[in-house]
Design a binder for this molecule. Structure first.
Ligand SMILES: O=C(CO)[C@@H](O)[C@H](O)COP(=O)(O)O
Length: 233
């Protein structure tokens, strides 16, 4: 059963010197009739798992004090078994790590949950879904990457929607209770096809923080996703 479309603005495209104001810009009360961002997506990159370096736990700890929007931490890092649980302990709502970064995703998920957060598994565009279907019962979210992780502002890879369609069927059959999330190249031109394929939660960086009014962009993306989903179901 899918949830109402959720929007998770990625602060990768925000002004890192003004994260409190940037999170408030997508928070509740910005656009009439829209609840604002459901989650704030925080891209943690270590310059090893991906060729880019962003922010880490100290920034997340500060952000937690600056906003009430649940933090959706996407760890694009090596050794998530060591580094992921502290994000949960700090108070992140959801902690997602990459399937490609560990030999034991189930153990990492268990430690994240034990530390008090929801656990998410992410797969890169070329990583197949099938090897992970059996372990997804140990996760709360599946984050399907629709660009190569590392940078914002890339073009949407529509081929990954086949994986979304597959997992949507599994979730709708009642076999799994999972939020299906997509990340990369989501904007007004691509969100409808992702919604039609069965995505629940849409990460959007440049489409939100590149807009003149980020709150309005969140509302617009949500309305498009809701309309596209209503069209299919
Ligand atoms: O994880 C990543 C990039 O690796 C994303 O969260 C980007 O931040 C999305 O940016 P846009 O493609 O929406 O601009």
């Amino acid at each position: 059963m899918s949830v109402a479309p959720m929007i998770a603005p990625s602060i990768l495209s925000a002004d890192f010197a003004n994260l409190a104001a940037e999170s408030a810009a997508v928070g509740p009360g910005r656009t009439a009739g829209d609840p604002g961002a459901d989650w704030l997506h925080v891209d943690v990159m270590d310059a090893h798992f991906v060729p880019n370096l962003t922010l880490g736990l100290p920034v997340v700890e500060s952000l937690l004090k600056a906003t009430d929007i649940p933090l959706d931490c996407h760890l694009m890092i090596e050794d998530p078994g060591i580094w992921a649980p502290p994000y949960a302990e700090a108070g992140a709502y959801n902690v997602t790590f990459h399937a490609e970064a560990t030999d034991d995703p189930t153990a990492v998920a268990r430690d994240i949950r034990a530390a008090g957060a929801k656990a998410g598994l992410s797969i890169k565009p070329n990583t197949p879904l099938e090897p992970y279907l059996e372990i997804l019962r140990d996760f709360d979210t599946l984050l399907v990457m629709s660009v190569e992780p590392g940078f914002g502002g890339q073009s949407f890879i529509a081929e990954v929607l086949e994986k979304v369609r597959t997992i949507r069927k599994v979730v709708d059959s009642g076999a799994l209770n999972l939020i299906v999330e997509i990340d990369g190249g989501i904007n007004a031109d691509t969100i409808e096809q992702a919604a039609e394929a069965g995505v629940d939660c849409f990460v959007a960086g440049s489409a939100v923080y590149g807009a003149t009014d980020p709150g309005k962009a969140v509302a617009g993306l949500r309305a498009q996703a809701a309309a596209a989903r209503a069209h299919v179901h």
